[in-house]
Design a protein around this ligand. Structure first.
Ligand code: CDT
Length: 301
């Protein structure tokens, strides 16, 4: 068996006034807990360094650059990389990326135990809207502040396995997992910031939203016979509630562990990457069973 012991490191709320340095201290504390519990690889949420800022409308988009990282690592994140190297811990986390060309992405990275960035993913499925929408209980301005990712869904040789990344809304789309599944992915890591309420629905409950979260992640894992590690930023950020539900799902689609609170905390599980073989060689042996001649519409529109 090829064991990768992973820690899903949920973050509780980050308020607008919280600075990066304080968040990085919380992340390092979680990394130390993860290490003490035997983890080799720690996964943090989407936009882990700041509040979920697409809640906030900036008429001048440049004002939102305060929430973006122009360098990775930068002065505030260097201590996190130092801790990872000191503890020999691989990691993945999400952040708002400002490129040297002035482009904006909702990104995540894979960092190896030596502290080198070996992979970068840029969120493809951006939910929400680009202009202020007074009909909403809360704004979700991802389409204002980010461009869609331009790198697809690669997978990397990482920690002895094939690892890919996704970010939040991506987890609801079967194509996300299938594109990585076609590259043989063995573990998908993803972070999310998901509001507890759907501002457009009068009937959807929190239980419904948790059901859709689990359904999406479990289906993606099962149908591609891969581990999926899904990590929340949770709790109430400046009055805006985000749900928890950090979980790890096995390649048979079953949940192997789940957090039941909305605070900082780690969920640790030893994932056998060889457990992905059974599904990949039987029900989801893509080479034997897929019928691509019938799938054209999926990419044609
Ligand atoms: N961050 C993120 O992608 N959140 C979405 C909620 C979108 S509601 C406009 C999600 O799918 O969880």
């Amino acid at each position: 068996s090829r064991l990768l012991t992973v820690a899903a490191a949920q973050l509780g709320p980050i308020h607008r006034a919280d600075d990066r340095a304080s968040v990085v201290r919380r992340m390092i504390a979680l990394m130390e807990q993860a290490k003490a519990r035997g983890a080799d690889f720690i996964v943090y949420p989407e936009l882990a360094l700041t509040t979920f800022f697409p809640r906030w409308y900036c008429e001048d988009r440049a004002e939102a650059d305060q929430w973006f990282e122009a360098a990775m690592p930068g002065p505030d994140t260097q201590p996190l990389f130092n801790a990872a190297r000191r503890l020999g811990m691989a990691m993945s986390f999400g952040y708002a990326e400002l490129t040297p060309e002035g482009r904006h992405f909702n990104s995540s990275i894979l960092v190896d135990r030596a502290g080198s960035i070996v992979g970068k993913y840029r969120k493809v499925h951006l939910p929400g809207h680009a202009e202020l929408d007074p009909t909403r209980a809360h704004q979700h301005l991802e389409k204002r502040y980010f461009e869609p990712g331009d790198r697809g869904f690669p997978v990397w040789n990482f920690e002895g396995g094939l690892v890919g990344m996704a970010i939040c809304n991506d987890r609801r789309w079967p194509e996300t997992y299938r594109v990585m599944g076609l590259q043989g992915v063995e573990m998908v890591v993803l972070g999310y910031n998901t509001p507890t309420v759907n501002g457009h629905s009068k009937t959807e409950t929190l239980a419904d939203r948790m059901f859709h979260h689990r359904l999406s992640v479990q289906a993606g894992a099962y149908q591609n016979s891969t581990w999926v590690v899904a990590v929340a930023k949770a709790g109430v950020e400046d009055g805006y509630p985000l749900f928890g539900g950090t979980l790890i799902v096995g390649p048979d689609g079953k949940i192997v562990g789940e957090l039941d609170h909305d605070d900082d905390g780690v969920l640790v599980h030893g994932c056998d990457l060889d457990a992905t073989r059974f599904g990949k060689e039987t029900m989801f042996n893509f080479a034997a069973h897929r019928r691509v001649e019938h799938y054209e519409l999926i990419t044609a529109r």
